[in-house]
Design a protein around this ligand. Structure first.
Ligand code: SAH
Length: 238
């Protein structure tokens, strides 16, 4: 069974969007994953088909209604649906490659895209939604966040990446940022490709790449560097 994504949104026209092109688009055509969009507004019951209302307690903006969203979720994913239910949300746990890998290994995902100020808390609790953030900044809606999440997941699905190896040494897979890349021409604006990379000595090349990756991670991401060091220390003492 291939990865099944269901996306609940007020803007189904945003999908597949960029995921209809390139690697993800080809994988979608070939059935490596499937995408089902649900228009949340179809589950509104009043005359104006409203999906949001003013916040209890007052304040600016509007809040998405629990009853409308619950009907949409129950339609897209009945209680026995094994797929995780995600709510794109700046309050969520920041998405990382480990979570992406776990999602890609599973049956799919049901993804709710918020709009306005967000969704009624009771919906999050009763439908056991896992809040997922794509970073510490605020988008106007969950749709671009869902596209980011799906892009990261789809490229890991079996058969999607042309060169299976190119997934291995990438940023985060080893706990480090990736080493720099070079290709022809040999000389660009007076700068040659580092000599070691054209030496043909694979052991030296691997050592150089690892050293560059470590230096880069240490400089740019002290948080990743500390985790990487801690990991290695546990390995050494085990
Ligand atoms: N008032 C909210 C922000 C709402 S933004 C707050 O301060 O937390 C509207 C919607 O955009 C959210 O419901 C969520 O679905 C989506 N969104 C915004 N920023 C996001 C982020 N960093 N990651 C994931 N989803 C995000």
């Amino acid at each position: 069974m291939s990865f099944r994504a269901s996306v609940l949104t007020l803007y189904p026209e945003m999908f597949p969007g960029p995921l209809g092109l390139s690697l993800a688009g080809r994988a979608l055509e070939e059935g490596a994953w499937s995408l089902h969009t649900v228009q949340i507004r179809d589950f509104a019951t009043d005359r104006h088909r409203s999906v949001d209302d003013t916040p209890a307690g007052g304040g600016a903006g509007m809040v998405m209604r629990a009853d409308v969203l619950a009907r949409a979720i129950d339609h897209a994913a009945p209680p026995d649906d094994p797929r995780p239910r995600l709510l794109m949300s700046p309050r969520g746990r920041p998405l990382d490659q480990a979570r992406v890998r776990a999602l890609a290994a599973g049956p799919g995902a049901v993804i709710l895209c918020g709009r306005f100020e967000g969704v009624d808390q009771r919906l999050i609790e009763t439908r056991a939604l896992e809040e997922v953030s794509i970073g510490d900044y605020v988008l106007s809606g969950g749709e671009p966040a869902a596209l980011v999440l799906l892009d990261a997941v789809v490229r890991l699905l079996p058969g999607v990446m042309g060169n299976a190896l190119s997934g291995h040494e990438e940023s985060f897979e080893s706990g480090l940022l990736e080493h720099p890349h070079y290709t022809r021409p040999q000389l660009f604006e007076g700068r040659p490709i580092p000599e070691v990379l054209t030496s043909g000595n694979h052991a030296r090349i691997a050592a150089w790449r690892r050293a560059e990756a470590e230096a880069l991670t240490r400089r740019r991401r002290p948080d990743l560097w500390a985790a990487y060091r801690a990991d290695r220390e546990t390995d050494d003492t085990a």
